[in-house]
Design a protein around this ligand. Sequence first.
Ligand SMILES: [Fe+2]
Ligand SMILES: [Fe+2]
Length: 254
Amino acid sequence: MRSVRLHARATTFDRLLKPVHRWIWRNIERRVQKLLRFSEIEIDGGRDILRAAELTSDPVLRRLYLEHAIDEFRHGLMFRQRAGSVLRELPLRSNRMFQLDWPATGGHGLDDLQIEKESDGSLLAFLHLSEKAAASRFTIYRDVMQHDPPTRAIFAEILNDERFHMSYTLTHLARVAPERHRRHLWRARLSRLWKGYLRLATALASALGALILTIQYFVVLPPFAWLAKRAARRESPGWFPVSSERNGSLRRQY
Ligand SMILES: [Fe+2]
Ligand SMILES: [Fe+2]
């Protein structure tokens, strides 16, 4: 089964972003952070696929899902170990900063998928597209990692597994849903597109919120600050006598 491989090429979009990826990975602190995030993503994905193995009634798929889940756990451990090695090479000051950034979050696309609600066909279509996207990204990461041969070797090894995951999911999608496999793929594509749009819209809304608050800080607040300063200048300094109407005997609190 392992001999089944689809040839995975990086997408045009990922190839266009190659300089950006090179810039991101060149920084050693960002590299550790990304490796830790990938580790979480892979282990989470492995957990979901393990759940799929429990739920499927297809014995061949159960065996493949188990193998797939083991691969994803192993990828997670490889990323974590490599992050640990790079972290130990960092100077002490950066090392401390990193511990604060430890709880990295991320989503690999399976995070918002409810395995229980998916059929074998829809899950295989979704997995196929996720693995294809991962293979495309990892091809680029492997290529931009010339300055870090151990991390490059990890990407090359994982890429090989991702290609296998991409192949078997497509082969078995055609087996379990011979008539509807194209429809499953299109639905999965649209779903990924919609989730991508939501992620982009959320990021854009957050950036716009920050921009509007910054503008408010520099445009709306200064007149109030100026008025407060002017009122303070008008106050006479030091102690001054209280007017007679406010200077009655203290029979009540206010
Ligand atoms: Fe993986
Ligand atoms: Fe995978």
